[in-house]
Design a protein around this ligand. Structure first.
Ligand SMILES: C[S@@+](CC[C@H](N)C(=O)[O-])C[C@H]1O[C@@H](n2cnc3c(N)ncnc32)[C@H](O)[C@@H]1O
Length: 251
């Protein structure tokens, strides 16, 4: 997945602004601030901990981790549009002493044994080479460090032609929860576990449809997003798509 592809398609400036109408200010992932807080509450963060947020987007989750737990967060994102907006938002939040944001592809990270936690929310669907992804993450983690992420997954039902086309057009690489767990273990992560949260995902999507209804977007803009959200609900309901939270440790 290239920066140019994302910046000119899914994460063009206008698309980002539309997404924010659904997810909320500073968020581009399911459930916005509420779910970010729920996810963060599972992380056992302690002040001064070193955290890497992969695919930090507009910075919402990174800002919350720093505000609530005084951790140091480095955020990396491949989209120039996201990082440009995120850096402006970082200044507005006044969190420059705790949060550092940079443009880059997580697959090209060169750091070794720096982070106690790697956090990522709904990013790895964009990354085809999961073996390399987890190799890089293991390298950046300190011994005893943890990886916690959420992601779109394939369900148990074979993807329809329509779903296949969507995955192809978005350039998404989705795995089943079982395959994800297997790849994490093969990469060398220990104490791997996955929590299937598809029902939660559907509840969130339904709430977000209401946000969209009440948003200031124009009718045709609402229609495009409504269709996309309703398709996700349909795929989750019929078992084609799922959503899960994952955990793994580096020994
Ligand atoms: C669905 S958004 C999630 C943003 C953020 N995590 C949040 O919760 O609001 C996915 C983000 O991953 C970023 N991304 C995709 N591939 C990436 C890569 N290889 N390295 C770094 N960031 C990447 C995208 O640019 C986008 O900002």
């Amino acid at each position: 997945m290239t920066q140019e592809f994302l910046d000119t398609n899914q994460y063009s400036e206008i698309s980002i602004m539309h997404y924010e109408q659904i997810f909320g200010h500073n968020y581009i992932s399911p459930g916005g601030k509420e779910v970010a807080d729920e996810f963060i509450s599972t992380l056992n963060l302690r002040p001064a901990m070193m955290v890497l947020d992969i695919g930090c987007g507009l910075g919402g989750p990174a800002f919350r981790m720093a505000q609530k737990h005084y951790v140091n967060v480095d955020g990396i994102d491949i989209s120039a549009n996201m990082i440009r907006i995120a850096i402006a938002r970082l200044k507005e939040e006044g969190l420059e002493s705790l949060v550092n944001l940079k443009l880059g592809n997580c697959l090209e990270l060169k750091d070794e044994s720096i982070y106690e936690l790697v956090h990522s929310r709904d990013v790895f669907l964009h990354v085809k080479n999961k073996d390399l992804l987890f190799e890089v993450i293991l390298k950046v983690l300190v011994s005893g460090g943890r990886l916690c992420f959420s992601d779109y997954c394939l369900g148990q039902t074979k993807p329809s032609e329509e779903f296949d086309t969507y995955l192809h057009d978005r350039n998404y690489s989705l795995l089943t929860v079982t395959d994800y767990t297997k790849i994490l273990k093969e990469a060398g992560f220990k104490n791997v576990h996955a929590e299937e949260r598809t029902e939660h995902f559907v509840e969130i999507l339904k709430r977000e449809l209401l946000n969209l209804e009440n948003s200031s977007l124009k009718e045709h803009e609402k229609y495009i997003l409504q269709k996309s959200w309703m398709d996700k609900i349909k795929r989750a309901d019929n078992g084609e798509q799922s959503w899960a939270w994952f955990y793994g440790e580096k020994l």
